[in-house]
Design a binder for this molecule. Structure first.
Ligand code: NAG
Ligand code: NAG
Ligand code: NAG
Length: 365
């Protein structure tokens, strides 16, 4: 079984590489790669949206808001199981160097992830490995739950093939396909945008100082050396500069946004995301956004409801150490200044929620 899966992935990988190279060659023959951006998305064609973010950055909520539209088919964290396969390699690296190894820095991982993104967004489920049809997070969302269950109870390869065919059909019924992932680099998403004129990227960032505190609380084990913060900032700088370049190339296909804007003005920020994708912001969606961000009671877990989303988005300021904040302010300086995350000068300023940490941001009242 494992062998078959590997050969399958290897084959798909070789094939994809071949196709990419072939395509690249074709484009190079056509007066350089400039012609890429001139390829237009045909009206009525299916749309592909990659929502790319980091852990604990509000991407589940954001993905959920987009998926609330009936035209959207969402695949939630399809790379979860693939990522787990690299766990031992990451642990080993961490043991040896005391530094975290991000998946997106592992070439083999990127090579395996890329064709999966392609297959899922284009609703090509033929021979889709169980690693992806049975992603644990896929089970949590309506679009993909049926596929998960069907494959889970299938007893023969024929039954499984039938499940994949049905899943593929479901996917094709929806004009907008969305992948929400924290396990991809912007560069990888860029490869997809280059070859699909109807593909869009939403790069969602939350103040990393807040994500830090959230991860510390949730996972406890996350190592917070300055070296790891430096690593994170390197990843952010790389992704942000790649996203900025990509946006210059495809102004209406790349959207860089901060979670704090969504938390501060949920309806306005959600509507902007809908406008970017080209979806109608309906009354029903509007109510969904309102309920998620103005709940009667906070819920915890991956898909939170908040009494006051903006207040909640700054709860971390009460708990994080000034030392950790300073490490971020120092190593992430370049990205922070581009994104408008303001540095903190003292513990007093950190704990005083009347002092905004976001340019254009309101004090938390
Ligand atoms: C799916 O796998 C079967 C058996 O390994 C193979 O014959 C077929 O060509 C594959 N189809 C695609 C689309 O990859
Ligand atoms: C998958 O199927 C098994 C039985 O074949 C069942 O026990 C299990 O709960 C199923 N998994 C999920 C997530 O439904
Ligand atoms: C908190 O910050 C506000 C705005 O800068 C300031 O007016 C207020 O005095 C500060 N409160 C404390 C306790 O430092």
């Amino acid at each position: 079984m494992g062998h078959r899966v590997n050969t399958g992935i290897g084959f798909v990988f070789v094939l994809t590489t071949f196709l990419l190279l072939w395509r690249w060659e074709q484009l190079s023959l056509n007066e350089g790669s400039r012609c890429l951006s001139q390829e237009k998305c045909a009206p009525g064609a299916s749309q592909y949206v990659i929502l790319l973010s980091y852990a604990r950055s509000g991407s589940s909520l954001t993905g959920g808001i987009i998926a609330e539209h009936p035209d959207v088919f969402m695949y939630f964290e399809p790379l979860h199981n693939l990522a787990k396969m690299f766990g031992p390699q990451q642990d080993e690296y961490e043991k040896m160097t005391n530094r975290h190894l991000y998946l997106t820095r592992i070439a083999t991982y990127n090579q395996l992830a890329s064709p999966v993104i392609e297959k899922l967004l284009t609703c090509d489920y033929r021979n889709l490995s169980r690693m992806f049809s049975m992603s644990r997070s896929a089970y949590d969302f309506a679009s993909t739950k049926e596929l998960y269950n069907c494959v889970n109870i299938s007893k023969t390869p024929e039954e499984e093939t039938e499940c994949l065919r049905l899943g593929q059909e479901r996917c094709r019924q929806k004009p907008v396909r969305l992948i929400k992932t924290i396990r991809l680099s912007v560069d990888q998403a860029g490869i997809f945008l280059n070859s699909h004129p109807c593909a869009k990227l939403i790069f969602l960032i939350k103040d990393p100082r807040g994500s830090h505190q959230s991860k510390t609380k949730l996972f406890e084990v996350f190592g917070y050396s300055a070296a790891n913060i430096q690593r994170f900032c390197w990843r952010l700088d790389t992704d942000l500069s790649a996203a900025t370049k990509l946006r210059e190339q495809y102004p209406d296909r790349v959207y860089i946004t901060r979670f704090e804007d969504l938390a501060m003005k949920p309806l306005l920020a959600s509507k902007r995301i809908y406008d970017f994708i080209g979806l109608e912001f309906t009354e029903k969606v509007s109510k969904f956004v309102y309920d998620k961000t103005h709940a009667k009671k906070d819920t915890s877990g991956y898909f939170n409801s908040r009494v006051n989303a903006y207040q909640a988005s700054y709860r971390w300021r009460k708990a994080i150490t000034l030392e950790a904040v300073r490490a971020y302010d120092n190593f992430c300086q370049k990205s922070f200044s581009e994104l408008g995350y303001l540095p903190v000068r003292s513990t007093r300023e950190l704990r005083n929620l009347s002092v905004p940490l976001l340019s254009g941001g309101a004090a938390v009242s």
